[in-house]
Design a protein around this ligand. Structure first.
Ligand code: 5GP
Length: 130
């Protein structure tokens, strides 16, 4: 069975897309810890980060770095935090989270955003990608 992220990548489930290339995809987390919380995933469905082939792992980190640099320009914050958990969705994903305090990296700390805010953030991050 396909993961929910595979369905998002395929366009079967909607998302606020931030970036995409042949192998990787970035979109906003639907239940964000902080405004701008972004998920970066390999299109190939693999459960655990360190089970990725080395080329895919390196490519994912390279792609996540590009997104994080754009994210920090789009969403004012002290820095972008990185976390890999995967206890909810068994499809590798890197959490990129704009941090202003330790609360923002706490997955019990959530913020509520309107659809228009999600759209604006995704568009802003995309505009800073290079
Ligand atoms: P983890 O697997 O790292 O524990 O957490 C999975 C993350 O995916 C959570 O932060 C959750 O909010 C996010 N998530 C789960 N389902 C969806 C979805 O359908 N769309 C989006 N955009 N994010 C999701």
């Amino acid at each position: 069975m396909s993961s929910i992220f595979t369905k998002i990548i395929a366009g079967e489930i909607p998302c606020y897309k931030v970036a995409e290339d042949d192998n990787f995809f970035a979109f906003l987390d639907i239940n964000p810890n902080a405004k701008g919380h972004t998920l970066v995933v390999p299109k190939k469905e693999v459960n655990k980060l360190f089970d990725l082939e080395e080329d895919t792992y390196n490519g994912l980190m390279h792609f996540a770095r590009r997104v994080a640099i754009a994210l920090e320009k789009a969403v004012p914050c002290k820095r972008v935090g990185v976390s890999v958990v995967g206890l909810e969705v068994p499809h590798v994903h890197v959490h990129l989270i704009p941090l202003n305090s330790m609360n923002d990296i706490d997955f019990k700390h959530k913020v509520s955003l309107k659809p228009t805010e999600f759209e604006e953030i995704a568009t802003a991050i995309s505009s800073y990608l290079n």
